[in-house]
Design a protein around this ligand. Structure first.
Ligand SMILES: [Zn+2]
Length: 283
């Protein structure tokens, strides 16, 4: 795990966004010290929310001990697997189902607003090679400007009322030439299009037919707009437009789909029809 000797990142106080913090994590302007914890696995955890009413107990961290598994969406990180010695932020990292693939040769930092999502019992981030976990709001990333080479932002933009603010933050923390890789649910996937044409509002997941299951979810409703905590909706075009408006250059667009991605090139040819759409953008 120690293939990135000497690498570190400079932290910023997320309250005032002005003070670069030294090792003591003290912001003189805000008169606040952020708490830091160290796991046995070498993960450094900083709680930038310093929430007084937090019920999470950082002294009871326990790894599941299981090897991380290749998540079905991991395919999107293939363009970055040869990267070495770079600084990577996994924004909205949860338990790290994708980011761990880049942990061995890079300085990988996770960020999540909820410690129990990343560090709770069972499958968690502790055994995945992350070097730091920042408990913080991605709208105010506690990292100094121009620090990072890559931001991974899979399935988080649709959870934020102002994803434009997230993109501003990604742009701030990236070096010139640094990249963002993102995916969002595709509002105009074939499942959603068919559901709308039928006028039914039922959730369709046609790939379930391949598993011998019913493709209809009458209770859950349409998969993406009805899903809990999804507050913004995108097509590939609207996603691209938002990145362009925030000053990024688009390097690649793609789709990901449980059916179409099994057939060579189909998720590139029919990317507007896939369940997920995504892109790689450059600062
Ligand atoms: Zn401050």
């Amino acid at each position: 795990m120690e293939n990135t000797p000497g690498l570190s990142i400079r932290h910023l106080c997320p309250r005032c966004m002005g003070e670069t913090l030294d090792k003591s994590l003290y912001c003189a302007a805000c008169a606040v010290v952020y708490k830091q914890y160290q796991s046995e696995e070498g993960l450094s955890i900083i709680d930038f929310l310093n929430s007084k009413d937090t019920v999470f107990d950082y002294s009871q961290l326990k790894s599941s001990g299981e090897k991380p598994v290749f998540h079905y969406k991991s395919k999107i990180l293939i363009p970055f697997l040869k990267m070495k010695g770079l600084k990577v932020l996994d924004a909205g990292a949860r338990e790290g189902p994708l980011g761990w693939l880049l942990a061995k040769d890079n300085y990988l930092v996770g960020l999540d607003i909820c410690p129990s999502q990343s560090l709770g019992d069972g499958d968690n981030m502790l055994n995945k090679g992350y070097r730091e976990l920042l408990i913080a709001d991605a709208n105010r990333i506690p990292i100094a400007g121009g620090e990072l080479d890559l931001v991974i932002a899979t399935d988080i933009l649709e959870h934020n009322l102002q994803p434009e603010q997230l993109l501003k933050e990604f742009r701030r923390v990236l070096k010139k030439g640094g990249k963002v890789i993102t995916t969002v649910p595709n509002m105009v996937s074939y499942n959603n299009r068919l559901s709308i044409v039928l006028g039914s509002g039922v959730g369709l997941e046609l790939h379930k037919i391949l598993q011998g299951k019913s493709p209809v979810h009458p209770i859950a409703g349409m998969r993406y707009p009805d899903q809990d905590l999804h507050v913004r909706f995108f097509s590939l075009k609207s996603l691209e437009k938002m990145f362009l408006q925030e000053g990024f250059t688009i390097r690649k667009t793609f789709g990901y789909d449980p059916v179409l991605s099994r057939i060579p090139c189909m998720d590139l040819l029919l990317k507007n029809w896939c369940n997920l759409c995504g892109l790689i953008a450059e600062k």
